[in-house]
Write a protein that binds this ligand. Sequence first.
Ligand SMILES: C[S@@+](CC[C@H](N)C(=O)[O-])C[C@H]1O[C@@H](n2cnc3c(N)ncnc32)[C@H](O)[C@@H]1O
Length: 317
Amino acid sequence: MDHPIDPRDDLSQWSEDERAAPELVELPSIIELLRRRCGVDFSFYKVPTLSRRISQRMARGEATSPQAYLQRLGDDDAERSALCSDLLINVTEFFRDPAVFTQLADEVLPDLLRGRDAAQELRIWSAGCATGEEAYSLAMLALDAAGRLGFHGNVKVFATDLDADALAQGSRGDYSAESVAAVPEALLRRYFQRQTGGGARVDPSLRRHVVFAQHNLLGDPPFTRIDLAVCRNLLIYLKPAAQIKALSHLHAALQPHGLLLLGSSETVGDFESRAFSVVDRSSRLFRKQSVSLPRLPDGPTLGAQAVPANQGWPCRR
Ligand SMILES: C[S@@+](CC[C@H](N)C(=O)[O-])C[C@H]1O[C@@H](n2cnc3c(N)ncnc32)[C@H](O)[C@@H]1O
């Protein structure tokens, strides 16, 4: 897979204007082609990000002109898959934003577990989990908190994304030395098996708590009875109407008074106080308010499905 990390993808540092690229005339045709042949509707995503990422692929030599690139996308399955993955921006890290994860470990997860009956499993949803680092980080902290508090019930982390290649990587649980460098040593020893070459593989004792599934946050039915929904660095790539749709799905997934954690530059927007109350504004932590939101028209659906390793894009000829 070809996923160079562009520093401008750290959206906390850049406004949409600063990140703007000239809009490609061919963009609507490219979006339509990807919708038909890859099943992903990028019309919900912000135009400057899409234009910039497509221009970058062309500049890297994938085509000499936008028209030639459109032609190539029609003919070349591999380039179409690569572009889809590129546009979804599956950049992630273990314990991304360490202060937020410290708060989860010290306050949020213990609060969710304290006094919980063993029959009531702890249900966490990592929506837009990319290659799984966020989901495994959450599972490690939840299992640790469960151990400290003597919670003997099940801990389950649903790890979902649109990008099947990223999910397959997460499902395999093999990470490079550079990526596991962010995992605290004690957790690394407990939950990973060191591999020759410095990388590490997720231990089955951690792996069995994480369920990977391909799922479109904008179209598939939400999960249910979630205690903590973590959706970080996904909303920011969506147009406002799609952000509302995603937030309403996250709201529906949560238990009454369940918690929602967003990325450091994301908010619940107009849903604040109506559908979510603020728990901690600086860490972007919100609590579900028990109101029923109007049902929005359905978007594209993939149907949540557990992802076997090595499943690629459902690109059609
Ligand atoms: C930048 S990554 C964020 C990864 C992780 N949450 C983090 O903060 O480190 C954004 C992820 O959202 C996924 N994504 C984008 N649109 C989605 C959708 N409609 N449904 C599910 N996942 C989506 C992308 O495939 C990508 O893996």
